[in-house]
Design a protein around this ligand. Sequence first.
Ligand SMILES: *[C@@H]1O[C@H](CO)[C@@H](O)[C@H](O)[C@H]1NC(C)=O
Ligand SMILES: *[C@@H]1O[C@H](CO)[C@@H](O)[C@H](O)[C@H]1NC(C)=O
Length: 383
Amino acid sequence: MFFRSHRVDYFISSFTKFIAGSLFIVGCLLLLTAFKYSTSSHEKLTRSGESQRSFGNFTDTHLSTNIKNGLQSIRTVETKNSKSPNIGTIKTWYKEYFPDNHFGKKVSIILGLFRKKVALHGRSLINPHNFKYIHNVPNACIGRNIELIAGIPTQTWGQYGSVPANNAVVLFFLGSKEDEALQEKINFEALKYGDIVQEHFIDSYRNLSLKTVAIMKWVSIYCADSTFVLKADDDMYINIPRLVMRLREQLKRGPVFILGAVHYNTEPFRDQKNKWFVTFDEYPANMFPNYMSGTAYAMTSTAAIRLYVESLYVRNLFLEDVYLTGIVADKAAVPRVKEADFTWGKFDPEGCNFKNKISGHKNSPEEIRKIHRELFDPNLRCH
Ligand SMILES: *[C@@H]1O[C@H](CO)[C@@H](O)[C@H](O)[C@H]1NC(C)=O
Ligand SMILES: *[C@@H]1O[C@H](CO)[C@@H](O)[C@H](O)[C@H]1NC(C)=O
């Protein structure tokens, strides 16, 4: 008994300490793991949007998953009633996953707001955007692994004639023309090159936003699995490889963004003589939200789908860049990211001037071809 006393007591007490210590360490590890899991990723299944669209005779339930962009989305298209089989309801769920960094956290906060917003029922469709297609290219992405869709709103047709890469699709977007001779030419061009999407709304300056929304809609329906979308004016030269490089870099920080030149704290023009004159009735506030220069901006397809769905509920403004990348992007909680390589200056049309830029403005089709030829010339030498 005596014998036991110290040694055993000592043993027991150190054993208890050991157990307690181990438990403490295990507890700490568990806590750390739990903490790590709670902060290292955000994964939620959310219904992001619902909209009515016309699908022609397409009555099937369509499921598509998208596991690019660090994100998984599940889309279902359901027909509402058999009497009008061409009206379907599209429901989109997103399973979001993005790494924990500063940007990711910020995105998760805005995504939270977005979820609350889209969860609201009873919002009325004010821009159904249900124009008929005069020309369409519904199979452009089928069976292909498309990284970039370049949508070029245009007044005319056949501007570029140069395909940048085989994992990119370039499409020209037009409204309808009242000029029959012009429409004939467009029909001819559409058949010959298969790169024209023409919708049945009057193609006018005041309807410019409809063309941009047409691009977002086209991506949402026909190419939702592409990674990126570019919208560029038809007088812009775009250095596609550099653009894609920047987009891939940004994608590492989160799956939802618009990239381009950002206009901060801009006031609407209230002078009637101005080309961009906006009445108080059209825009009843004194400051525009931050928006991207409409000359060229790019985004993930995920952002494009969100912008499309949101645009159905947001009153139109003819300034397409303010509308889509400002007002609608605010409501859809899509962050705008500034990229200094997007410029809208006019540079001499030389390949070297575009080596470190993504975009340049006011170039004629001949200049665009010259820049492109020089930039992709393997013998190009720049100082
Ligand atoms: C739908 O199918 C019917 C019968 O097959 C056809 O007559 C009609 O033109 C089709 N409508 C559309 C929008 O494709
Ligand atoms: C397009 O613009 C014209 C005039 O600028 C206007 O009359 C027309 O209603 C607009 N909308 C559509 C959907 O065509």
